[in-house]
Design a protein around this ligand. Structure first.
Ligand code: NAI
Length: 425
């Protein structure tokens, strides 16, 4: 039974959040229970402190992963999916992907079944963390990765299978020019990469709305459209079309500029960007994926909000997190901005090597809970946690994964680290 007095509602595309709110959570496998307990204690104390006990999260455990399998015989019970759609906002620890037996990844299943089309990955530097680049503090980028399409849709035909033979025969007959392009047609495995207009538009729209709401200066569409014109290239075109038609009072695009000034040099383009920014417009441009990896390293200050397709986003979010030394502490969320349903999550895995040892770094889930509090509009509690986490890390109070690289740091267990954050509020 859903408790309607404590559940979030979506009215006219806005979340209505009661002061006492039920949040379903998946504790997760491996280090999941350790980082979940740490996160809940930090979040509960921050809310008490920020709102003097007027607001409260009622945590409701729902099952997935190994715990679900042992208790119910299912890896992802329908009840869990129902709880996330009924209560709208939830949070999860990492889950084991069962190997073999044709069981799909639980994370992918949650995203697909609840149609959580945005994977949100903000990346920033925390002073005191050992990073591999000279100026990690310049990085402040929010990635909007499309979550439901692209090669992740799982349409693949195995080499030499009946299915691939049927498909290749059809291709040879119906589209002989395309068939000719396959170098070794009789031993080829095939993958299909669907990227739709609807899927691209809703993702890019979410990135645009986020940039407007948070006064971000730029939106960059990252794609490999020079090679894949009708999927990645179309993603770019649909993005520009949307910005230029629906958001023309807010955004100025590099395509608009190029259309008016053919043969303009890079200096002129930079001037145009400055003009857009000084006139309160967001500058939207696009960068091809390989150049984006290079430019994010060389000129991270040129990137603020990124909208990209699924596979590009997968690579980019981990590479960028590594750039600031934050691969283990980056937060993430999977969101459907139309239904409001959102699941905030640790981005690392279950770390079986340190499971149950109170050694894990809970920062990824703690920072994901910050994103969740912001999503609920509980910004004061979110700020309290962020500031305190910054202070704790900067003090050199670190869990083992980070402490081993920082001379003079104080080594902390998972629970000690959570207590340090609370003490630093
Ligand atoms: P992993 O992220 O669990 O571990 C990689 C390395 O990072 C290990 O040495 C681990 O000890 C360390 N590590 C990870 N998180 C840490 C933390 N919070 N604090 C300190 N050290 C940490 O990746 P792996 O080994 O590839 O995957 C293990 C399991 O996790 C697999 O079943 C995989 O499917 C699952 N997984 C689940 C994810 C999710 O639920 N979102 C994401 C990635 C993997």
């Amino acid at each position: 039974m859903v408790d309607s007095t404590t559940s979030i509602r979506m009215v006219n595309k806005k979340l209505i959040v009661p002061n006492q709110v039920t949040i379903p959570f998946i504790s997760g496998d491996g280090i999941g229970p350790d980082v979940t307990a740490a996160t809940q204690s930090v979040v509960n104390t921050a809310i008490d402190k920020a709102y003097q006990f007027e607001r409260k999260i009622i945590w409701k455990e729902v099952l997935a992963g190994e715990k679900a399998f042992h208790q119910t015989g299912e890896w992802l019970p329908q009840e869990t999916l129902n709880a996330f759609s009924d209560y709208i906002v939830g949070i999860k620890g990492p889950l084991t992907t069962p190997v073999g037996g044709g069981i799909r990844s639980l994370n992918v299943a949650l995203r697909k079944d609840l149609d959580l089309y945005v994977c949100l990955r903000p990346v920033r530097y925390f002073q005191g963390i050992n990073a591999p680049v000279k100026h990690p503090e310049i990085v402040d980028v929010t990635i909007f990765r499309e979550n439901t399409e692209d090669v992740y849709s799982g349409i693949e035909l195995e080499a030499d299978s009946q299915e691939s033979k049927m498909f290749l025969d059809w291709l040879q007959l119906q589209l002989p020019d395309s068939y000719q392009k396959i170098r070794f047609p009789r031993s080829v495995g095939l993958g299909i990469k669907p990227i739709s207009k609807e899927g691209s538009l809703r993702l890019i729209q979410a990135a645009i709305e986020y940039a407007i709401r948070n006064r971000k200066p730029t939106i960059t569409l990252i794609h490999k459209g020079n090679i894949m014109k009708f999927t990645e290239g179309a993603f770019r075109l649909w993005g520009y079309d949307l910005a230029e038609s629906e958001y023309k009072d807010f955004i100025y695009t590099s395509r608009q500029f190029e259309n008016t000034k053919k043969n303009a040099g890079i200096t002129e383009a930079n001037k145009e960007k400055e003009w857009a920014l000084s006139n309160g417009r967001i500058w939207m441009n696009d960068v091809i994926t390989d150049a984006a990896f290079q430019n994010l390293l060389l000129y991270p200050q040129d990137f603020s909000v990124i909208a990209t397709s699924n596979l590009n986003g997968d690579y980019l979010s981990d590479a960028l997190a590594a750039q600031v030394g934050g691969i283990g502490i980056s937060p993430g969320a999977n969101i459907n901005y139309q239904t409001g349903i959102a699941i905030f999550e640790a981005t690392h895995g279950t770390a079986p090597d340190i499971a149950g040892k109170n050694l894990a770094n809970p920062s990824s889930l703690i920072l994901s809970s910050v994103l969740m509090l912001e999503y609920l509009g509980w910004n004061e509690a979110a700020k309290l946690i962020t500031k305190s986490l910054e202070k704790t890390i900067n003090n050199g109070q670190l869990t083992r994964d980070l402490a081993q690289f920082v001379i003079g740091s104080t080594l902390m267990s998972t629970s000690e680290f959570a207590t340090a954050i609370i003490n630093n509020f």
